[in-house]
Ligand binder design. Structure first.
Ligand code: 4AD
Ligand code: MG
Length: 428
């Protein structure tokens, strides 16, 4: 019976059978050292030539990433990379490997070209385990709060976040777009379910080549009937705290592999500080001597400078109404600004959540859509949500890869998803 490498090591001694891939190999006259990896961990194995006289030629042909089944005796060994060594009694070579194209210290571009193989690395394995935990944390959080999961359509006739980043697809004899956000559908569905969430792919033809934009990414979104902005801000900060705490609990080994400074994550406790856009401009002016004209959106560089002054995520509210999407209402207390928020992650990671209260006035929605150059006919179904028992409601969207990147401390968002798609990359 095969057990995982992790189970074999926790057994500490005695006979074990494991299987996996050659992670490192070193050969001498009398010994072959193989470090074997599986999804759980790595372990050093030693093969003594005297035991394998008949098989030695085959063993000699084992290169990195060959697959093997091994039976032997495990014991503690401080010199071994994970503190254990298996003295091998039997080896079955399942699949030989060609010379592995990835060597040490390769360029980020080569690693992306060989992504299908690089995903086998300890780094990427650790990131993907954390990503999986983030997905389950999102589900657990929303379900524990009484939200229903809803699957939004991917093909849509409408823009939600502006026409500039839409991907157009041929749809039989017609055309549709790949969804930018589930929001318009969510606003229709709260009339039956009231509290809903999703974690679904979104697509944006982002022309920016930044370390935080993907063309295909996952967004965890929530929408809530009767809720105002303050209520969903509270859900947003509790969700982020919940995710971070879950990862600290479940993935300490992976965070260690990634050399993440966990003391920074341990500090993430709700409530998070709140500032307005106008106050953000003031901080940038006073501390960074950076003048931004009121009414301009905050760019990546400016967000990076701003979050230097916070050790936890910060909630920025009241962005200029003028530059916001059509569905964000203006704040009655400060009508030049919108009832909306962005949550920015610390350590320079920038925006991880965008959310708002939703405009309930159908005339203003139509006006806003027209201003964005949209054809109102395509939005009649959406506008029905304001015609049949309209209610106040709010929601937000959390960029899953943005959060994974921040928690893992990754240089680039591309490493937060297995097969990244950007303006310059569509394969493998
Ligand atoms: O701020 P955004 O554009 O908000 C919306 O789409 C709303 N409709 C959400 C809602 O209220 N239901 O996007 C939300 C989040 C951003 O904060 C960011 O984390 C992520 O989605 N995001 C991206 N992540 C990776 N690559 C991109 N190109 C992204 N665009 C947005
Ligand atoms: Mg945004």
């Amino acid at each position: 019976m095969f057990i995982s490498i992790k189970e074999a090591m926790s057994q500490q001694k005695g006979k074990v059978s494991i299987r996996g891939w050659v992670y490192r190999e070193r050969k001498s006259n009398k010994f072959t050292f193989l470090v074997i990896r599986d999804s759980s961990d790595i372990v050093q194995c030693v093969l003594k030539k005297e035991k394998f006289e008949n098989q030695w030629q085959d063993i000699d042909k084992l290169l990195i990433e060959s697959s093997v089944e091994i039976e032997g005796h495990i014991k503690k060994d401080e010199r071994a990379p994970t503190g254990y060594e298996i003295d091998v009694d039997k080896i079955n070579i399942v699949g030989y490997a060609e010379v592995f194209p990835i060597k040490k210290d390769q360029s980020a571009e080569l690693l992306l070209d060989e992504r299908h193989l690089w995903l086998r690395s300890r780094k990427m394995t650790a990131v993907m385990k954390i990503r999986s935990s983030v997905f389950s944390a999102i589900d657990d959080f929303f379900r524990s709060k009484g939200f229903y999961e809803v699957a939004p359509p991917i093909f849509t006739p409408n823009a939600c976040e502006g026409g500039a980043t839409l991907f157009e697809v041929k749809f039989f004899d017609d055309k549709v777009y790949l969804t930018q956000s589930w929001q318009l559908y969510a606003e229709a569905m709260i009339f039956s379910l009231e509290k809903i969430y999703c974690n679904s792919p979104c697509f944006r033809a982002e022309k920016s080549k930044t370390s935080r934009h993907l063309a295909e990414f996952y967004m965890a979104e929530m929408e809530m009937a009767w809720a105002d902005l303050a209520q969903v801000e509270k859900y947003a900060e509790e969700l982020v705290e919940f995710i971070v705490q879950r990862i600290l609990e479940k993935n300490s080994e992976e965070l260690k592999i990634l050399e993440r400074d966990v003391s920074k994550l341990e500090k993430i406790k709700a409530p998070f500080p709140r500032i307005t856009y106008t106050e953000a401009l003031k901080i940038l002016k006073e501390k960074e001597n950076l003048s931004i004209e009121w009414g301009k959106d905050l760019r990546t560089v400016e967000e990076e400078l701003l979050v230097k002054y916070f050790s936890s995520p910060v909630i920025v509210t009241n962005y200029p109404k003028e530059i916001m999407a059509f569905y964000k209402p203006s704040d009655p207390k400060d009508p030049k600004t919108a009832l909306c928020f962005d949550m920015l992650a610390p350590e320079g990671f920038g925006e991880i959540i965008g959310g708002s209260q939703r405009e309930t006035d159908i005339k203003k929605l139509i006006e806003g859509l027209k201003k964005e150059g949209e054809n109102i006919d395509n939005y009649q179904w959406y506008l029905d949500s304001r015609r049949f028992g309209s209610i106040p409601h709010s929601g937000f969207g959390l960029g899953v890869e943005r959060v994974v990147r921040w928690i893992c401390g990754l240089d680039n968002i591309k490493d937060a998803i297995p097969f990244p798609r950007t303006m310059l990359r569509k394969s493998p």
